[in-house]
Design a protein around this ligand. Structure first.
Ligand SMILES: Cc1ncc(COP(=O)(O)O)c(C=O)c1O
Length: 410
């Protein structure tokens, strides 16, 4: 008798759904569609020649070690390089505070695995990163949302939530948030860290885009502010209140699947145990090649070029939105990152609009899936890093026409 697989699946996977939107977005992979939907870097910026050279060095200089099983914690020279990077951003950590993960996406999963029991509360920004919700739904997390404006989480909203719920942690993306592209001011950052400490609730800070800034001064990440405040109080930095995630996906290439966590040693120890059950360790070869590519300051040089190109694309897109989008539609003005966030007039539905947009061969991500407690039907996320300038011009024209038509026929 054929196995009835559907009867065997665990309760845990009942919340795992592939949404209708994902099905529509599959169509957007067709080459004739201009897609602003993904969060993909521009492929022409991948440092392909440097990676070819680095792969050769990985094999010649690191030999079979690059092909062998490795430490779960990660390739030691890569972790040392990350310690230096963290120190440059104001975080005084050591190698035992660093774990290499297979993308930040895996770090989100490991965090779910070690912290979330069914029904545990997680405080998230509204809207928040869909991939985090996907990672934590299977652990049966309950989400408490904090409203945001174009400057990040509303501090009153956060305090209210912290007063009324004992959550496991606050999930925050203070720098060029996905999906809105917004960044939190330094005064609000300090307030978030202060409140988290006051209400004894740790922070998971997800920072894949921090290096992709196109204007303004760099802000300290929350983990750096936490360290600073502890220093003022003469406390140990590494016993801090923040778990920090970052990745090479947007500064080198996502195909490496190499990212890292910076956290107190005890948390790293537990994440290592959880990771052993997932994949033993992140691909040794990928880590060694990422290290050989990134070393000697290459990332810092390379991100200058990424910033230049994305800055131009962001400006182009913002200019076209201003010129072509009808009155009543508003959007964020991100100072970095890959996305901007569009708000259609109340009552409009961006999921319905996506179908019409795909008919006109342009795509975006509707906003509602980024709202775990419902809402956001009139919002959408637009990526500006992946399409070429010509595609951006044509795609925004098509999108503006679709939106105008939908507004007229209301
Ligand atoms: C906020 C956020 N976190 C995590 C990730 C996953 O990154 P990685 O490619 O390192 O898994 C992304 C990717 O887009 C992201 O936007």
């Amino acid at each position: 008798m054929a196995t009835q697989w559907a009867e065997l699946y665990s309760n845990r996977i009942q919340r795992m759904q592939s949404s209708a939107i994902r099905e529509i977005l599959k169509i957007t992979q067709r080459p004739d569609i201009i897609s602003f939907a993904g969060g993909l870097p521009a492929p022409e910026l991948f440092p392909t020649q440097e990676i070819i050279d680095a792969s050769q060095r990985a094999l010649e200089q690191h030999g079979i070690m690059a092909l062998q099983y490795g430490l779960t914690e990660g390739f030691t020279p890569l972790r040392e390089m990350i310690v230096e990077h963290m120190q440059r951003t104001g975080v005084n950590c050591g190698i035992n505070n660093i774990l290499i993960t297979s993308g930040s996406q895996q770090a989100l999963d490991l965090i779910g695995k070690i912290f979330i029991d069914p029904g545990d509360k997680v405080i998230v920004e509204q809207p928040t990163y869909l991939g985090a919700l996907q990672a934590w739904d299977v652990y049966d997390a309950e989400y408490i949302t904090v409203p945001t404006d174009d400057d990040g989480m509303l501090i009153d909203g956060l305090e209210k939530v912290l007063q009324s719920h004992q959550a496991k942690f606050i999930y925050a993306m203070p720098t060029f948030q996905n999906p809105m592209g917004i960044s939190t001011s330094s005064s609000r950052r300090r307030e978030i860290v202060r409140l988290a400490g006051h209400y004894n609730t740790p922070i998971v800070e997800d920072d894949p885009y921090g290096q992709l800034r196109y204007e303004g001064e760099a802000e300290l990440p929350l983990i750096g502010i936490d360290a600073q405040m502890r220093n003022e109080n003469k406390e140990q930095i590494v016993s801090g209140n923040v778990i920090y995630l970052s990745t090479f996906s947007k500064t080198l290439c996502p195909g490496f699947r190499v990212a890292w966590v910076t956290a107190p040693e005890d948390v790293i120890f537990r994440m290592v145990q959880a990771k052993q059950g997932s994949d033993l360790h992140t691909s040794t070869f990928s880590q060694v090649v990422a290290y050989e590519t990134a070393r000697d300051g290459f990332v810092e040089k390379h991100v200058k070029e990424i910033r230049r190109v994305y800055h131009e694309r962001r400006d182009l897109m913002l200019g076209l939105l201003e010129e072509l989008f009808p009155p009543g539609v508003t959007w964020t003005h991100p100072k970095g990152g890959l996305f901007l966030w569009i708000r259609l007039p109340e009552g409009m539905n961006s999921t319905e609009l996506l179908e019409k947009a795909v008919e006109q061969k342009v795509a975006f991500v509707p906003g509602s899936p980024f709202y775990p407690c419902g809402g956001g039907e009139n919002t959408m996320r637009i990526n500006f890093s992946n399409a070429t300038p010509e595609q951006i011009e044509e795609g925004v024209k098509r999108l503006a026409a679709v939106i105008k038509e939908a507004m007229q026929s209301r």
